[in-house]
Design a protein around this ligand. Sequence first.
Ligand code: GLP
Length: 302
Amino acid sequence: MSPIGPATVPSSYSGEFKPHFHVFDSRETLGQACANCIIEEIQKNKQVVLGLATGSTPLPVYKALVKAFNRGGLDLSEVTTFNLDEYVGLDPRDKQSYHYYMKEKLFKNLMWSEDNPLGIKTENIHIPNGQATKFQHLSFEEQNALKKQFPLRGDESTLSSLESNWIICRRAEAYDRLINQCGPIDIQILGIGENGHLAFCEPGSSHEGRTSLVELTANTRAVNGRFFHDRNVPTQAISMGIGTILQARKIYLLATGERKQEILKKTLYGKVCEEIPATALKKHSEVIFFLDIEANPDKRKL
Ligand code: GLP
């Protein structure tokens, strides 16, 4: 399948921002087209830096990437990836963690090894680390930094919420620095929350925000509760900031299903505001929207 067709703008859209829109009949064709764009970029530049998202929307993209890799010839050995976010408090082996998601849905099928020399290397994969409830979860450097910051702490293993928040904030700053060192991100893949959130940047987030510790809204926790079954959804996350996201060279915003139509309408036709984080995309000059027919706010194939 060829990469996406010509750029079009919904008929009712008028504004400064000049996004490209591509509407697909199914999630599978959307996933394939988006994967093709990523593959084309990797073929142009083996050292591409990709920003990756979780959620159900990008799954067909990852499936198509794995399929292409298995066909052979796709060299990922110099590709670097940065994930957008992670829940605070979850073990990376926890099935609801984004570490687990990325491993299962993508990385385990693409890993570099001596037998698989075109695969992606562990050291080039970056996912924020949200696990900081116990002292032994911390790296040696973090343990020392924590002891310096909280000189009165005893040798108890469980971190207080103050200590845990402090560690997560330091990790967030370091993550942002690493993106700056390795970046800019060439292609940032994004989904969109029903409340307009990007990554875990909730309504009210600054459009200049950097990677940080964030509180999840009741809405996001309720929506994401579908993956947690009878467990509580974490209340905090570590997330790239909107300012970090906007530094990417190109942004691919993916949205599928009718439940995304309303927020896309508000994002595209409303004014730029912090209440709808996704409106910050209007400040970026290269945003491509990959939508399926149900999510398309223009209600017709463009
Ligand atoms: C989560 C993620 C977002 C994602 C959103 C939408 O909250 N942090 O990055 O865009 O969910 O998820 P879905 O694609 O399942 O609708």
